[in-house]
Design a binder for this molecule. Structure first.
Ligand code: TYC
Length: 103
């Protein structure tokens, strides 16, 4: 049998790199103080939802305690979370936002 060195083995067994980055869900959390209007504004301005979709997501969060605003790669998700927290603080709302791996 032909001798085979480690480089040849690596080439034969290397998988083509199909780049599909891990995705993260950005979640909005309910609270008793943030106005529904402000949450809808956040969902429209930061997550680019229509007014109708924004109202639907807001009501889901209001009724269930949390809800998904969008699904993004890690750095985009981190930036969305920061933007929500900064904008909420600026406007004296306690609105909370977090991210989690998308399964
Ligand atoms: N519960 C808030 C109210 O009744 C509305 C609200 C919805 C707050 C969603 C936060 O993520 C939130 N004014």
């Amino acid at each position: 049998p032909e001798p085979i060195n480690n480089d040849e083995l690596a080439l034969e067994t290397a998988k083509p790199k199909l780049k599909r980055p891990p995705l993260y869900r950005v979640l909005l959390l309910n609270d008793d103080y943030t106005t529904m209007e402000f949450v809808i504004e956040v969902l429209q301005s930061i997550f680019h939802h229509s007014e109708e979709k924004a109202a639907q997501i807001m009501m889901h969060v209001h009724q269930r305690g949390a809800g998904v605003c969008g699904i993004y790669t890690r750095e985009i998700a981190e930036t969305k979370v920061e933007q929500v927290l900064q904008y909420s603080q600026q406007n004296q709302h306690p609105l909370q936002c977090t991210m989690e791996p998308d399964s």
